[in-house]
Design a protein around this ligand. Structure first.
Ligand SMILES: Cc1cc2nc3c(=O)[nH]c(=O)nc-3n(C[C@H](O)[C@H](O)[C@H](O)COP(=O)(O)OP(=O)(O)OC[C@H]3O[C@@H](n4cnc5c(N)ncnc54)[C@H](O)[C@@H]3O)c2cc1C
Length: 384
């Protein structure tokens, strides 16, 4: 068996590592000209599901490197109102001792370097289309070259060309949300005025309108940063300059939150599209993983974790001894079930972030306060 993996993102590279570890031949074809061709910006929050997948796919020395490169993800998730009054603290990370069962915060650059180590990746290979010929699959690239294999895996992200050919009817949902992200370096000066809750944990800020997510990233070595993501209903945005727009919308917020936003750089817009659920299709020797099949809004930090889960699930299926098509069918059934459930979860978070009804907002804030006052309720809802 030889596996062609289209796309050298998190999911495609994790699959390549997992296949290599299991002794299966695989080559990754990546459109970017070189590993550092694009700034791979933000930190990635790896949840236990992502940790387990990485642990099962990476050789032990790369797993150890990953843990050494990870920062402390904080005890869990804090929920605050716009004046930084606490609504709830969820601490599901605290007390987890096994790195395999824990969350980790890792820079994308570090994760990518580790995932690229030792796998066969061809850069500058933009996939254009595939052809299925007598049990083989042939990938065609923009430079006119081709590659053939037993199985082709589309891991080419949310605008996947493999998906477009395999599932031409598959659609996207526009969740009517607008997002802007920024980063503030955690310099000694910034540490003097930033509230500790912002620099040690992930937080949801739930104002009377709109929404802010913050997460601190402190690598074990070097300077970290505090990233934020502002989310609003798209009806509130009419094409203004994004940074100024967020400052305008946050006029009534706590001065430290406003200062965080004002002094941040790397401000950019986010893509909030979500894959529409796909109808089951006839399994062949072409399949999909990660954002290529179930892209979701980046709320909740779920997309990368699900791509990693896909990679280990597909690796397990392909190395189970089951005939190829049956193995791929089993993987697709499982992946579609949890993948689209996770898209639904991300959309639910996004609805909470963009809901404009004051009544619903008030109820959501009341709900977090109630969970805070009743630890068993909080644990039942949030742990795990
Ligand atoms: C701001 C932000 C923060 C996020 N934070 C988190 C988080 O904390 N935790 C989390 O789990 N998720 C997070 N996500 C989501 C996560 O980044 C994605 O879900 C994840 O990158 C998906 O991985 P993937 O391998 O499927 O696709 P990608 O990482 O998008 O990789 C696709 C690869 O395919 C390549 N490619 C595309 N087209 C072609 C082609 N035609 N030919 C060849 N190669 C091609 C691309 O260059 C790319 O390298 C975040 C997203 C954003 C935007």
């Amino acid at each position: 068996m030889h596996v062609l993996i289209i796309g050298g993102g998190i999911g495609g590279l994790c699959l390549a590592q997992g296949l290599k570890r299991a002794g299966v031949s695989a080559t990754v074809y990546e459109r970017d000209a070189a590993p550092d061709a694009r700034l791979q910006g933000y930190r990635l929050n790896i949840e236990p599901v992502g940790s387990r997948s990485l642990h099962s796919c990476l050789p032990p020395e790369l797993w150890d490197r990953l843990i050494a490169a990870s920062g402390d993800p904080g005890p869990g998730m804090g929920v605050f109102d716009e004046r930084l009054r606490e609504l709830m603290q969820e601490r599901s990370n605290a007390g987890r001792t096994s790195p395999v069962e824990s969350a980790h915060a890792v820079s994308r650059v570090a994760l990518r370097e580790i995932l690229l180590d030792g796998v066969d990746v061809r850069f500058g290979k933009e996939f254009v289309r595939y052809e299925q010929l007598r049990g083989e699959v042939v990938a065609h690239f923009a430079d006119g070259s081709t590659a053939s294999g037993t199985l082709l895996v589309g891991a080419d992200g949310s605008r996947s060309r493999v998906k477009r050919q395999l599932l031409p009817g598959a659609g996207q949902r526009d969740p009517a949300a607008f997002g802007v992200g920024g980063k503030l370096p955690l310099t000694p000066e910034a540490d003097t005025w930033l509230p500790e809750v912002l620099t040690t944990n992930k937080n949801m800020i739930l104002p009377r309108r709109d929404f802010l997510f913050t997460a601190a990233f402190r690598p074990r070595v070097g300077e970290g940063y505090l990233m934020w993501a502002f989310v609003a209903h798209s009806a509130t945005y009419a094409g203004q300059e994004p940074h100024g727009f967020v400052l305008e919308r946050s006029r009534q917020w706590h001065p430290d939150l406003r200062r965080l936003i004002a002094e941040s750089g790397s401000v950019e817009l986010f893509d909030f599209r979500a894959a529409a659920k796909v109808k089951p299709w006839v399994t062949t020797n072409v399949t999909l993983l990660g954002d290529a099949i179930h892209n979701m809004p980046p709320v909740g930090g779920l997309g990368g974790n699900t791509a990693l889960r896909d990679a280990s699930t597909l690796r397990d299926a392909l190395t189970s001894g089951t005939p190829l098509i049956e193995a791929v069918r089993g993987y697709e059934a499982e992946m579609i079930s949890y993948g689209f459930a996770t898209v639904g979860e991300a959309l639910m978070y996004l609805r909470l972030a963009t809901v404009r009804s004051r009544l619903v907002r008030g109820a959501a804030r009341g709900f977090f306060r109630l969970c805070s006052a009743m630890p068993p309720l909080r644990r039942a809802i949030f742990d795990g």
